[in-house]
Design a protein around this ligand. Structure first.
Ligand code: 5GP
Length: 118
């Protein structure tokens, strides 16, 4: 197993082995709806390359990280929430990370008056 692939995580969604409600894709990243949404719009944006955290992705492949945020912005535009969304990254189990394939949560459609949505 290299750092580029992992058979037991979101790589299966990237590969299409586990179905997902895909909303956008680029050469380097995919975006699909979270299976357990925490807001009316809750999309996960994921690099196709496997790295366990966004920080690790930044070190290993900065262009892939940039593409994740570029695609997230594209999805926000597509969903009509370009001016009202959050992008959230949980890193480490202590911060609530449960899936160890780098991902960004795009959240929108709920009140932002409360501090956290995820
Ligand atoms: P984390 O807590 O690691 O930042 O977020 C992981 C997210 O992945 C959670 O919001 C969870 O609902 C979502 N998730 C976990 N497994 C699946 C899956 O198989 N399909 C989809 N669409 N989302 C998933």
């Amino acid at each position: 197993m290299t750092s580029q692939t992992s058979s037991d995580c979101l790589c299966k969604i990237v590969a299409g082995d586990i179905p997902s409600d895909r909303v956008a894709e680029s050469e380097r990243s995919i975006a699909f709806r979270d299976i357990s949404p925490a807001a009316p719009i809750h999309v996960l944006v994921v690099p196709k390359r496997h790295e366990p955290t966004v920080g690790a992705l930044a070190v290993a492949a900065g262009d892939d990280l940039a593409d994740v945020f570029r695609l997230a912005a594209e999805v926000a535009e597509q969903e009509g929430v370009a001016d009202a969304h959050r992008m959230i990254v949980n890193t480490g189990s202590g911060a609530g990370q449960t899936v160890f394939h780098a991902h960004v949560h795009l959240l929108a459609g709920a009140s932002f008056t409360e501090g956290r949505m995820v």
